[in-house]
Ligand binder design. Structure first.
Ligand SMILES: O=c1[nH]c(=O)c2ncn([C@@H]3O[C@H](COP(=O)(O)OP(=O)(O)OP(=O)(O)O)[C@@H](O)[C@H]3O)c2[nH]1
Ligand SMILES: [Mg+2]
Length: 197
């Protein structure tokens, strides 16, 4: 089994990467397992830019190949917000419940048709001395009127993927990992993942 570093401190992302990389025979080490933890400032204005910043910062520190994920929710009625600020939507403490509550408040009174949204995930692959590449995956859906379900993380309890009547938090992890923005991004780095195992 080959080990790969995923530059994230988000336990929800770590679990999903673990599950999705296992089919390539790759085990995941995250920033939660590394002592030399640094705070990487996400100064980019796009998911791609932030994914590259996180991946390259860790390559610099460790001298090993690194994958990073920058993701978030784009809500059409809010002109694409919270977007790259999804984790910090209700404040710097990055509180999933507060973020979700703020989102529902902002959409109060909006009809079903006005609640369309998508999850976006940019996955960057960075290596010492080689040019970084980045791929994007999306998952279309709409925002529910109240939170439902306990699986997943972040905005999952209020996101209903297109074609479903349940929120992502009411999907099993296998179901989510078959349709998610993260799955669609990882799918696009599959050729590179296969070269590792
Ligand atoms: O319901 C959700 N299901 C998902 O599948 C998902 N993916 C991302 N998100 C939200 O978008 C922020 C990303 O921000 P983000 O990419 O900066 O990550 P983060 O700050 O949590 O960790 P790190 O990877 O930067 O260490 C996260 O905090 C979440 O609020 C999701 N919400
Ligand atoms: Mg972050």
């Amino acid at each position: 089994m080959k080990e790969l570093i995923v530059a994230t401190k988000n336990q929800g992302k770590v679990s999903e990467f673990r599950q999705m990389f296992s089919k390539y025979n790759i085990s995941v080490k995250s920033l939660l397992d590394i002592d030399r933890i640094i705070d990487i400032e996400e100064t980019g204005t796009t998911f791609e830019a932030n994914a590259i910043i996180k991946a390259e910062a860790m390559v610099e520190l460790l001298g090993l190949p690194v994958v990073a994920d920058d993701s978030g929710l784009e809500v059409d009625a809010l002109d694409g917000e919270p977007g790259v600020y999804s984790a910090r939507y209700a404040g710097m403490e990055k509180d999933d419940q507060k973020n979700t509550a703020k989102l529902l408040r902002e959409l109060e009174g909006k009809t079903d048709k006005e609640r369309t949204a998508r999850f976006v995930c940019a996955v960057a692959v960075a290596r010492p001395g080689v040019e970084t590449f980045v791929k994007r995956g999306t998952c279309e859906g709409k925002i529910a009127t109240e939170p439902q379900g306990t699986n997943g993380f972040g905005y999952d309890p209020v996101f209903i993927p297109r074609g479903s009547t349940r929120t992502l938090a009411e999907h099993s992890s296998d179901e989510k990992n078959a349709i998610s923005h993260r799955h669609h991004a990882i799918e696009q780095i599959e050729d590179w993942l296969k070269t590792l195992s």
